[in-house]
Design a binder for this molecule. Structure first.
Ligand code: GAP
Length: 538
């Protein structure tokens, strides 16, 4: 699938728009249009329902060590600044950036790709920020220009086959930066904290600086005691939260994949240290199943366990659920969700003071004065087992997903081009979004075949019945019925209900399935049950 086709459909049919588009847009910010908002809400609602409100506390689920409980939270975006000091985001949440002295452009060090080329006795590294499918052409064009060669002399350029990234290049003086004309214009990499700063209150001094949360997780940790004290949950239990997060990404790119404002869906699952590994494995598999159940199946989805070198040293396991987004080079996958075993790092940091990630066992990080570098809350965040009287700091398993990335993956997976017959039976090309019915923005469209003979009245009655049953449907009486089908296929509506001449005789309507194109008749009065059953059973 070509990404441009999906991007164009998203804009044309109202899934996604650039934020503030009439002013030229703002890099890294996206708005969901009338259909996009429904799709994203359906994804978030599916997550909340499957993980929280629909969770069965009484049953031991497949692969789970025992029963468990789930609860939800909705915390503020701006929190006490100490939260980010103890979580490590204040000191450690940064990327490396490089600036180009020639063009004043800024790049994320690890994201600039390029390839080596030799001509006229000189070897240089041509860096590029072009999209993957254009990077060969872009590097060739710029190398020709640098070596002052014409297009017909392209065979005088001797290329290394592989593209690599800037961190793999150890001679910066040979680098032709992505938009530069001369060599060696990039500064050495510098750290850049990704948290957005803001000011609380009118005075605006340094002590009023606060941050927009870069993750929803910390709101859960700092409310751990509140949840325990205000509910009857007992370990093991999970707390879920979904909401906005903000990261001042150096180079937002690839549509919504890396945005500066995005939404997360996170669970912190608190359990006993001695069976935390088994819970980690349960959550890894449970979360993978969630995506496959909603239609992200096949070769494009993978579960990748991190190598030991990739793990934070306090973690005994981290896995990523990854999707082969079409904008990535062949064979590469992008992260949809991370499932991390975080040990007791977060609760202890908020209790005792920020722990030093490099110590083992974990110890509080000390400042030059020998005191904790960042003081914790001093509140007791341990757990007391009522049966045994044992007191311990729970271990945490964190399945952390992004709703925008999930939405993007479901959009990519849904996009299909095939052929379907028009009203004369002639095969025509069609674009169809094969969303899972639970996620589809519109569940059914209702058409009167013609705008006369009482057909609109019957169709409108069916429409109202479905709306009253809280099923999101769409009524359309304009244009040829084949075109109406095609417009619904393009936005992924799984069922179309048509009122025709037969309806007036026997009260039956046609229902057409978006994917199989199968058509069958049901009584107009049975439409609500038919659509509800099909959407729920899917
Ligand atoms: N609490 C752990 C945490 O935040 P993360 O891997 O940094 O972990 C979790 O983020 C998820 O949030 C990612 O897997 C991704 O789906 C989403 N995410 C992170 N940064 C994002 C960005 N800049 N744009 C869109 N989604 C993002």
């Amino acid at each position: 699938m070509e990404m441009e086709k999906l991007v164009s459909l998203c804009r044309r049919r109202g899934f996604l728009f650039q934020s503030s588009e009439i002013y030229g847009g703002l890099n890294g910010f996206w708005d969901y249009g009338p259909l996009g908002v429904e799709l994203k809400r359906n994804i978030k609602e599916a997550w909340w329902r499957d993980m929280v409100t629909g969770h069965d506390d009484l049953t031991v689920h497949d692969g789970a060590p025992s029963t468990y409980e789930m609860a939800g939270l909705d915390c503020t975006i701006i929190m006490h600044p100490q939260v980010w000091k103890c979580s490590g985001h204040y000191d450690l949440f940064h990327d490396h950036m490089v600036d180009c002295r020639e063009t004043n452009r800024r790049y994320r060090f690890d994201q600039v790709r390029g390839r080596w080329v030799e001509a006229k006795g000189e070897r240089i590294f041509v860096a590029t920020k072009a999209e993957v499918e254009e990077e060969v052409a872009d590097t060739q064009r710029r190398a020709l220009k640098y070596f002052n060669l014409r297009a017909k002399d392209a065979d005088r350029l001797s290329w290394d086959d592989q593209f690599c990234t800037l961190p793999e290049v150890d001679s910066p003086e040979q680098v032709l930066a992505p938009d530069a004309k001369t060599l060696n214009t990039l500064t050495p990499p510098r750290e850049f904290n990704l948290m957005f700063k803001t000011t609380v209150g009118a005075l605006g001094g340094e002590e009023d600086t606060a941050f927009l949360r870069p993750e929803t997780a910390q709101g859960i940790f700092v409310n751990f005691k509140n949840v325990l004290d205000s509910t009857r949950v007992r370990i093991p239990f999970g707390v879920a939260q979904m909401g906005k997060s903000f990261r001042n990404e150096i180079t937002p790119r690839n549509f919504t994949f890396r945005s500066r404002e995005f939404e997360q869906m996170e669970i912190e699952f608190f359990c006993r240290p001695d069976n935390s590994r088994a819970w980690y494995q349960y959550w890894r598999d449970r979360r993978m199943r969630w995506y496959t159940d909603l239609g992200l199946a096949g070769e494009r989805l993978q579960l990748r366990e991190h190598d030991v070198e990739e793990l934070s040293h306090y973690s005994t396991g981290t896995a990523d659920i990854e999707y082969a987004f079409p904008f990535l080079p062949a064979g590469e996958y992008g992260e949809l969700e991370g499932i991390a075993h975080r040990g007791d790092f977060d609760l202890r940091s908020h209790m005792e003071g920020k722990l030093d990630e490099k110590t083992r066992p974990l110890e509080v990080q000390l400042g030059d004065d020998g005191k904790p570098k960042w003081r914790g809350s001093g509140k007791d965040l341990t757990y007391r087992d009522e049966l045994t009287g044992e007191k311990f700091t729970p271990h945490v398993i964190e399945p952390s997903a992004g709703s925008d990335r999930a939405t993007l993956a479901f959009l990519c997976e849904a996009y299909h081009e095939d052929e379907a017959p028009d009203e004369k039976g002639k095969m025509q090309k069609r674009t169809v979004m094969k969303f899972h019915p639970r996620l589809a923005p519109i569940k059914a469209a209702i058409f009167p075949l013609v705008k006369k003979d009482g057909m609109p009245e019957v169709a409108q009655r069916i429409y109202r019945d479905l709306i009253q049953a809280q099923i999101h449907v769409f009524y359309d009486e304009k244009g040829a019925v084949g075109r109406r089908y095609r417009r619904q296929d393009e936005v992924g509506t799984p069922y179309c209900i048509t009122v025709d001449g037969e309806t007036l005789k026997d009260g039956s309507v046609t229902i057409r399935d978006r994917d199989s194109l199968e058509q069958w008749r049901v009584k107009a009065d049975d439409c609500v049950e038919e659509i509800r059953r099909r959407v729920e059973l899917a």
